[in-house]
Design a protein around this ligand. Structure first.
Ligand SMILES: NC(=O)c1ccc[n+]([C@@H]2O[C@H](COP(=O)([O-])OP(=O)(O)OC[C@H]3O[C@@H](n4cnc5c(N)ncnc54)[C@H](OP(=O)(O)O)[C@@H]3O)[C@@H](O)[C@H]2O)c1
Length: 281
């Protein structure tokens, strides 16, 4: 009897535990949060595969990662994840048994503008580059992950705490949160599925801005947050690694946003509820 119990426990632990350190495929790994997730992976001793569209960006990211952890194994693959066939072909090329985790942080430039004036094609483009990329990757790559593995999406604060002129990002983030919970149900107990919802983070995403404009945007956002600072890629890399390896977390949307979700917009000076004599009452 005890032997049967031992066998059942061993079988269950095979299904529910990710191999640690996990080997992780990062779609969007050539930059920003994806690169930070890859760094967290190799710092823990796992190997990683960086996936994105640009060979040059992949090669620069790989050199950076190897400069941080010279003994690491870092593979790269050029794939445009908006293209379903390309993702399918890439997934078919993956060796079975080699990979435990999949992070998808890919997204193109986000369109901003008044909802009634913004071309609908811009909103569709955002969904293509942020939602359908993740959908394709989860669909074809998840089946190649080892038992106990995990798929992690990256959505963003603008779904549940929207900003004016940011509808395309809000809808793609919302769709990803919905997909996370659906897949947590469908993939369990073999795999887990989680989602990071970052707040503002200083990544290469904003490199197209002039330094002055970028500095102003960062300072303004930081001032509005309880922690009075914006995120760094390492904050997100650590959170993504946590979601990949947290054995009892599935269907989780993790807010890592410096308190953006509870920030206050009213100016202190004009808010009677914030005067000292009022708060004492
Ligand atoms: N940074 C923030 O403040 C912030 C806040 C909230 C949410 N987010 C979200 O967090 C995620 C990561 O943001 P980030 O700041 O790390 O962005 P990032 O630095 O711009 O990185 C995006 C990555 O996606 C890749 N990529 C873009 N389109 C792709 C495609 N079609 N196929 C494959 N790879 C593709 C890019 O590489 P290639 O150009 O080589 O393809 C790059 O590696 C995004 O979904 C973003 O919306 C960001």
């Amino acid at each position: 009897m005890w032997l049967l119990a031992l066998v059942v426990t061993a079988a269950l632990s095979l299904v529910s535990s990710i191999r640690t350190p996990p080997n992780v495929i990062v779609v969007g790994g050539s930059s920003g949060m994806g690169k930070a997730a890859a760094l967290a992976t190799i710092e823990h001793g796992g190997k990683c595969m960086l996936v994105s569209r640009s060979k040059d960006k992949l090669s620069t990211a790989k050199s950076y990662l190897l400069s941080e952890v010279p003994s690491a194994i870092v593979d790269t693959a050029v794939v445009d994840a908006t293209n379903e066939e390309e993702v399918q072909e890439f997934a078919e090329s993956l060796e079975l048994g080699a990979w435990d985790g999949l992070v998808i942080s890919a997204a193109g430039r986000a369109p901003h503008g008044p909802f009634t004036e913004l071309p609908t094609s811009d909103a569709r483009g955002m969904m293509e580059s942020k939602f359908w990329t993740a959908y394709h990757c989860a669909k074809y790559i998840s089946v190649k992950l080892n038992d106990g593995g995990c798929v992690v999406f990256v959505a963003g604060i603008l779904n549940r705490r929207p900003g004016i002129n940011c509808a395309p990002l809000a809808i793609s983030n919302g769709a990803l949160e919905g997909l996370t919970k659906s897949l947590a149900l469908e993939f369990g107990p073999r795999l887990r599925c989680n989602c990071l919802s970052p707040g503002f983070c200083d990544t290469e995403r904003f490199d197209h801005m002039t330094p002055d404009r970028k500095a102003k945007m960062i300072a303004n956002t930081a001032l509005s947050l309880p922690l009075q600072k914006i995120g760094e890629p390492r904050d997100m890399g650590g959170a993504l690694y946590y979601l990949l390896t947290a054995q009892f977390c599935t269907g989780v949307i993790l807010d890592v946003d410096g308190g953006h979700g509870i920030r206050q917009y009213a100016s202190v000076a004009g808010d009677p509820m914030r005067a000292k004599e009022q708060t004492r009452q």
